[in-house]
Design a binder for this molecule. Structure first.
Ligand SMILES: [Zn+2]
Length: 282
């Protein structure tokens, strides 16, 4: 029997905040690995994942093509389908297309508007839905349906770990706001600017880099991961046993390191470093 697959992306979740969080439920899947994303921003990172590529370990002394080959072979044990290789994904290079060919029902439930259903990511999905709220993983879990006759694939993009790191029902009024950035981020989107001509500039002020504010936000991301972990109890009640679950991130986040906040147009190791956990419920 083919395994269901749930690919969960905690948007903007850093490796070290995840590692510092208590995640007893997610840990039931397997150990947390330190990996790297292929991109620093939501859109390209999700596209890479939907090619079938997974976060990588940045191995030295090997050819990239060999790393890809090994990476795609992993889908065999994840899905319980023998002899999967990179060749099986050619020429479309699409995980949902591959899974559809294997009889899967393909679903995407996304929290970030930048991944909405009219974008290029929505290819080969039977169901693709932008959630009403950017930060409600519980509402996503409520939307999961499994067909007893056919395996299911779900891409879940989760926003509680994204700036401004608020949970459902929280106003965020007690959290620091980053000058100039907040107007942009209120759209929960790193690329839609709120100036009428689309060109509003981020005003960088001295307080932008106040490390005490940054550390409060980093700590909030950590505690939100612990909140998400509690929702995995509910997730495990909903998903069938033969479900392979991946928990990872699309990119990390800078919290003041070397003068950076956030992710996207930033080259910094902390923006590539992400957690990777996978397995079946034990
Ligand atoms: Zn993202």
């Amino acid at each position: 029997m083919k395994n269901n697959l749930i690919f969960i992306v905690f948007d903007s979740c850093r490796f070290d905040t995840f590692a510092a969080a208590k995640t007893p439920n997610i840990s039931r899947l397997g150990e947390t690995k330190r990996c790297f994303s292929y991109a620093t921003w939501t859109v390209p990172s999700h596209h890479v994942y939907m090619l079938g590529a997974s976060p990588h370990s940045s191995p030295k002394g090997v050819f990239a093509s060999e790393v890809y080959k090994k990476d795609f072979v992993n889908w065999s044990h994840r899905l319980n389908i023998p002899d999967i290789s990179f060749k099986g994904f050619v020429p479309r290079l699409s995980l949902p297309a591959f899974l559809k060919d294997q009889g899967y029902i393909t679903n995407a439930l996304v929290s970030m508007p930048v991944l909405n259903q009219t974008t290029a990511l929505n290819v080969h999905f039977d169901r693709y839905q932008l959630m009403k709220s950017h930060n409600d993983f519980s509402a996503i879990v409520d939307q999961l349906i499994f067909d007893p006759e056919k395996p299911s694939f779900y891409l879940l993009n989760v926003g509680e770990t994204h700036y401004p790191y608020i949970l459902p029902g929280e106003s965020g009024d007690d959290l620091p706001r980053i000058s100039g950035v907040h107007g942009i981020f209120k759209h929960m989107d790193d690329f839609i600017f709120d100036g009428k001509d689309g060109s509003k500039e981020v005003k960088v002020e001295d307080e932008f880099f106040h490390m005490d504010k940054m550390l409060i936000l980093k700590e909030k991301q950590r505690s939100n991961i612990e909140y998400l972990d509690t929702l995995f109890e509910k997730l495990y009640e909903v998903v069938p046993r033969n479900t392979h679950i991946i928990v990872t991130s699309d990119h990390g986040e800078c919290f003041g390191e070397d003068g950076y906040f956030g992710h996207g147009p930033i080259i910094h190791e902390k923006v590539f470093e992400i957690p990777f956990v996978e397995g079946r419920i034990k």
